[in-house]
Design a protein around this ligand. Structure first.
Ligand code: 13P
Ligand code: SF4
Length: 312
């Protein structure tokens, strides 16, 4: 254990802090975290922790969700600039006009949204529970789903629903090259393609398994004898390789091979040094306008209740 890692552990104990990390964080952050998980697990841990400080090693909307669920706690993120292109693709003022233009619709929003968008929402979902939560509504329920058009189209295709979709997307998941994945499949004929539902439809149609980061990990851990081509942010490969050291995991290549487009530049803003500084200085801190938080908490809590009832 190096000096920085030891110092972070010491500060964490002194301040009764908990470190939560998403699977897309760099490996050294995942290794030091108390819990590593997907968006749903991060929200569930944030809601029930008894720590005084939550350090959210993820992106801004994850910190906001934690703060909304635990308003009495200090929620820190190592780098406040860690945003999300998908959340940015859905500005609250435009989403509000869209919702107002469609009276009588139930609004389901992906957790990758700002608190202001959640405040306009009836129930929040993550990629782990989106399908089941949509299916928990009557078949003729009129639903607006935002902001991810790929996830929305995927749910429409597997459930036969006709949800009205917001036209947003994640720049990382849209970048994967179907052609290069087809080439990889020819090179590794036994490999299975694991894909996150934020990927484009053409990729999802050729995938063997479509699921959240936690679902893809669970699938691979249960079947370590396969080779896997993994179409989601490459941070997940850290935990996959830790859990299945004998298995070959191949990160799906992006269209533009001159850049690491399968890494989320926002997620990668967090570093061990920034994590140390944020614990030491108790800054940067996530704040949410209390009036917005009061409305946003309801659809998030509804998601947690539904997830519990669904055993997720
Ligand atoms: P999950 O954590 O739900 O798999 O979602 C991935 C993601 O894009 C988080 O930003
Ligand atoms: Fe947002 Fe995409 Fe990064 Fe996830 S991977 S945080 S959806 S930009």
């Amino acid at each position: 254990m190096n000096e920085l890692t030891k110092a972070i552990g010491e500060l964490k104990r002194q301040k009764n802090a908990i470190i939560l990390a998403h699977y897309y964080q760099m490996g050294e952050i995942q290794d030091i975290a108390d819990y590593v998980g997907d968006s749903l697990a991060l929200a569930q841990w944030a809601a029930k922790t008894e720590a005084d400080i939550i350090v959210m090693c993820g992106v801004h909307f994850m910190g906001e969700t934690a703060k909304i669920l635990s308003p009495g706690k200090k929620v820190l993120v190592p780098d406040l600039a860690a945003g999300c292109s998908l959340a940015d693709s859905c500005p609250a003022d435009r989403f509000e006009r869209f919702v107002n233009d469609h009276p009588g619709y139930t609004v389901i929003s992906y957790v990758n949204t700002t608190a202001a968008v959640k405040a306009l929402t009836d129930v929040v979902v993550t990629s782990t529970n989106a399908r089941q939560i949509v299916e928990s509504f009557p078949e003729d329920e009129k639903i607006i789903f935002g902001p991810d058009r790929n996830l929305g189209n995927y749910i429409n295709s597997v459930t036969g629903r006709q949800m009205l979709l917001w036209d947003g997307a994640c720049h990382v998941h849209e970048q994967f090259s179907v052609e290069k994945i087809v080439e990889l499949k020819a090179e590794y004929p036994d490999a299975l393609v694991l894909a996150h539902p934020e990927c484009k439809g053409a990729l999802l149609r050729l995938a063997d398994v479509v699921g959240s980061t936690a679902a893809l990990l669970k699938y691979a851990v249960a079947r370590p004898e396969h080779t896997y081509i993994v179409a989601t942010e490459s941070g997940i490969l850290h935990e996959m390789r830790k859990k299945c050291p004998q298995t070959l995991f191949i990160p799906a290549p992006p269209n533009d091979s001159t850049c690491a487009c399968n890494e989320c530049n926002f997620m990668r803003l967090n570093t061990l040094e920034k994590l140390y500084d944020c614990l030491k200085n108790e800054s940067p801190e996530i704040t949410v306008d209390p009036a917005v938080a009061m409305r946003a908490v309801k659809p998030i809590e509804r998601m947690l209740e539904l997830s519990e009832a669904l055993g997720l």
